[in-house]
Design a protein around this ligand. Structure first.
Ligand code: COA
Length: 324
């Protein structure tokens, strides 16, 4: 038995932050952002809108589209790095609000890789026969951690949530995966909570802000390399060639990263889904929303071979080959 996707859903907040808006906030330009990052606009949660609110909307759409009842869900895994509460977790809040009365719940944190990690964890529970139906969610409100005076990072992020319902299937589903981490690269992306490294304090000019910080060029190099290598590895290990893949759904951080990885893989742009120009980088929600949009737009269909690939803070990465 493998984990097969039977329903997806997503939610993007109403408020939109355009490059023109950012031009009024920091020393930047639409031209620079478009050329270097490929983002035009992002959705930003209301001040009173949190990761769990968005997760509930995306998850309830995914359950409805799956044809299952909330009581059929055995486990909910929610990936987030911007939960409004440390505990109860977002997954427990969703479990309560959506009345998933028979479901266990836990959050997964592997930064932007989280939705892919959740899919891999779900596959283990389904493969072992422990659970039949698993709901996975990626939800993030990185706007709440963004320093809107730092032009190198505030242009990158948006908020959103995506979800998928997985069920045990004899046919198709997850047919290959890999996950990895390199803690020595953790210094390249950080959001402090209680503790700050000397480097953190220095680069923040002594200020102890709980905001996102990143060494963009280090992350850029890592991202292009790992997305291409990891995708190729899982496809070949499953006995296929990269040409047999119908769609790659990568983490949406930067159009140039996606293009660079596609070039390394030698696959045409049409086979690589991007929505980052409209959404920005939504961390855990990026792959989740992209998957749900692909399904909604009919870009992937029953039987297609799809690669989901993520990378992010930690550093972490993960990739999954799934037959729809
Ligand atoms: N507008 C205008 N200029 C900007 C700018 C902005 N928003 N942000 C940075 N710059 C400037 C820099 O100050 C620098 O100026 P200088 O040469 O005078 O010092 C110049 O642009 C180049 O900066 P650099 O950081 O080298 O640009 P870059 O091409 O590496 O692009 C990122 C920066 C962040 C867009 C890019 O590194 C990136 O996308 N990295 C990966 C991000 C990512 O994937 N993060 C998610 C992890 S999950």
């Amino acid at each position: 038995m493998n984990a097969k996707i039977i329903g997806t859903g997503f939610y993007l907040p109403e408020r939109i932050l355009t490059n023109a808006d950012l031009e009024k906030m920091v020393d930047t330009s639409d031209e620079w952002i478009t050329r270097r990052v490929g983002i035009k606009e992002r959705h930003i949660a209301r001040d009173d809108e949190y990761a769990s609110d968005m997760a509930c909307i995306a998850a309830s759409k995914a359950i409805k589209n799956s044809g299952l009842l909330p009581s059929d869900i055995d486990l909910v895994l929610c990936s987030t790095i911007s939960a409004e509460m440390i505990t109860p977790t977002v997954s427990c809040i969703v479990q309560k609000k959506l009345e998933l009365v028979n479901s266990a719940a836990m959050d997964v944190n592997s930064a932007c890789t989280g939705f892919v990690s959740s899919l891999i964890v779900a596959q283990q529970f389904i493969k072992s026969g422990t659970y039949k139906n698993v709901l996975i969610i990626g939800t993030d409100t990185l706007s709440k951690y963004t320093d809107y005076t730092d032009r190198s990072s505030c242009i990158l992020f948006g908020d959103g949530a995506g979800a998928a319902v997985l069920t045990a299937s004899e046919k198709g589903g997850v047919i290959g995966f890999e996950m990895g981490s390199d803690g020595s690269g953790g210094k390249h992306i950080s959001i402090p909570n209680f503790k700050y490294t000397e480097e953190d304090i220095e680069r923040r000019g002594g200020e102890k802000k709980r905001t996102f910080w990143m060494d963009g060029s280090e992350v850029f190099k890592f991202a292009v390399r790992i997305m291409a290598e990891s995708s190729k590895r899982i496809v070949e290990n499953a006995g296929f060639s990269i040409d047999e893949v119908d769609m790659i759904i990568p983490h949406q951080a930067n159009v140039r990263i996606v293009d660079g990885a596609a070039k390394r893989l030698g696959i045409p742009k049409e086979k690589v889904f991007t929505n980052v120009e409209r959404t920005g980088n939504m961390s855990s929600a990026s792959v989740a929303v992209a998957l749900a949009e692909c399904v909604e737009k009919g870009l992937i269909k029953e039987g297609d071979k799809v690669v989901l690939v993520g990378f992010g803070g930690g550093l972490t990465w993960g990739s999954v080959l799934i037959e729809m």
